[in-house]
Design a protein around this ligand. Structure first.
Ligand code: NI
Length: 199
């Protein structure tokens, strides 16, 4: 807990403004959870109804993702909320601009092919590894308006969707790499587990 500065009784002070004042934003970024936090290993629950609370959570997650500067996907689990909600924001990729995607209760209907590519995770900073995943997938879910969505994806979009859906099941990308490579990462992971992360 931070120390409070004691105000001198003789100095007139204002309750408004000043360096101690807190600016409340309607939508604020959320606290990221990092490797070692047990919440990342929990299974998220389906969302029964898309209410204002769910929409606000999605907005806050989009803001949190934007704040990371380099993230392209986020699962609610990663901000400590055990609801089945993922967001994807590819920004501009291959000269195409993508709209951010908000997906509640995502479900993989089919997956085919196999492709290896490098992955990282906002909850596991500075760790990357090659991960083998299906190449083409079909995913169903519900959008921010509560409407059903049907997505056929390949390439980076498929990879991000699979990575984020894994999070909802308590699975991390490092679970999907070979034992040898994981062993090579074990020192780094242990350090992360003990690290203090910025709030
Ligand atoms: Ni991740």
């Amino acid at each position: 807990m931070p120390k409070r500065r004691r105000k001198s009784k003789n100095t007139p002070t204002s309750d408004v403004g000043g360096e101690d004042s807190v600016v409340l934003r309607e939508t604020a970024p959320l606290q990221m959870r990092y490797y070692g936090d047990p919440v990342l290993r929990k299974r998220a629950e389906p969302v029964a109804e898309i209410t204002d609370a769910e929409r606000q959570l999605a907005e806050q997650m989009l803001m949190t993702l934007e704040d990371t500067g380099n993230g392209i996907g986020l699962a609610a689990t990663q901000v400590g909320v055990l609801k089945r909600l993922i967001i994807v924001d590819l920004g501009e990729e291959d000269d195409e601009a993508y709209e951010p995607l908000v997906l509640f209760n995502p479900e993989i209907l089919s997956a085919e092919g196999e492709i290896v590519a490098e992955e990282g995770c906002l909850s596991i900073p500075d760790v990357t590894a090659d991960v083998k995943r299906p190449e083409i997938i079909v995913v169903d879910g519900i959008d921010i308006q509560g409407e059903p969505v049907h997505i056929e994806a390949d390439g980076l979009l498929a990879r991000v969707l699979l990575h984020e859906i894994d999070h909802l099941n308590g699975v991390l990308f490092i679970d999907r790499i070979s034992g040898l490579k994981r062993q090579l990462l074990s020192d780094e992971l242990q350090k992360l587990q003990q690290a203090e992360h910025p709030s």
